[in-house]
Design a protein around this ligand. Structure first.
Ligand SMILES: [Zn+2]
Length: 200
C-alpha cells in the first residue's frame, strides 16, 4: 500500500495526462475542468482509502465522522472500496445519501421558518430536472472521480507487487529450502514404500 503522500503526488503528476485525454474526448474546456475537478476530488478527498484512518479521511475535517459507518462496514482494500467502478459507485451513493439527508434537514428548517413551502415531490422533481439538464456535467464529474480512484488502485497494485518482489530478493532461499525439505520427505517416503514392498 502506498502512503497517502505518494498517492497525492501521483494524482498531481498524472493530472496533465487527464487534462489531455479529457479535452480530446469532450472537446470542451469547461467539461475538461469538471473532469479534472472530479479527478482531484477522487484522488485527494473522495478516495478509496476512506476505508481506513487515512489522509483522505482526515481531509473531511469536522465532517469526517460521516465516513465511520463506511469504514466500519468493509475491510481495507476490499473490492467495495478498491474495486474499479464499484468503489466509486459505492462512495458516490454513500455521499448522496448524506447529501440527501442534509438537504431534507435544510428544507425542513426553511419550511418551518416560513421561508419556503417545499415538498418532497418538489425536491425530487428538482433533482430529476438537474440531472437531465446537466447530465454531461455529472457524467464528467463521475468520470473524473473514477479516474482519480483508478490512479489510486494502480499505485496500490504496483507497490504491493514491488514489495512482494523485494521480499523474494531479500530471502531467495525461503522457497528453495521448502522445496529441498519436500524432496527429502519424498525420498523417505520412497524408501518406506520399497521396504514395505520387500516385506510383502
Ligand atoms: Zn488504497
Amino acid at each position: 500500500m502506498s502512503s497517502g503522500r505518494t498517492h497525492d503526488r501521483i494524482t498531481l503528476w498524472t493530472l496533465p495526462l487527464v487534462v489531455l485525454v479529457a479535452f480530446r474526448i469532450t472537446l470542451d474546456g469547461w467539461l475538461t475542468v469538471v473532469v479534472c475537478l472530479g479527478f482531484l476530488l477522487g484522488g485527494w478527498v473522495l478516495g478509496p482509502d476512506l476505508d481506513i484512518h487515512s489522509v483522505q479521511y482526515k481531509r473531511w475535517g469536522w465532517l469526517r465522522w460521516i465516513w465511520l459507518p463506511y469504514r466500519g462496514s468493509m475491510r481495507h482494500r476490499s473490492r467495495w472500496s478498491h474495486g474499479p467502478i464499484i468503489g466509486t459507485t459505492v462512495r458516490v451513493l454513500y455521499v448522496s445519501v448524506w447529501l440527501a439527508l442534509a438537504g431534507l434537514v435544510v428544507v425542513d428548517v426553511l419550511n418551518h421558518a416560513g421561508r419556503t413551502a417545499l415538498t418532497w415531490g418538489d425536491l425530487l422533481r428538482g433533482i430529476g430536472w438537474g440531472m437531465q439538464t446537466y447530465w454531461p456535467w455529472w457524467l464528467a464529474l463521475v468520470a473524473g472521480l473514477e479516474l482519480g480512484a483508478l490512479s489510486h488502485y494502480g499505485a496500490d497494485w504496483l507497490s504491493s507487487r514491488t514489495k512482494r518482489r523485494k521480499r523474494r530478493t531479500v530471502n531467495p532461499r525461503a522457497k528453495g529450502r521448502g522445496q529441498r525439505a519436500k524432496g527429502r520427505g519424498q525420498k523417505a517416503k520412497g524408501r518406506r514404500q520399497r521396504a514395505k514392498g520387500k516385506r510383502h
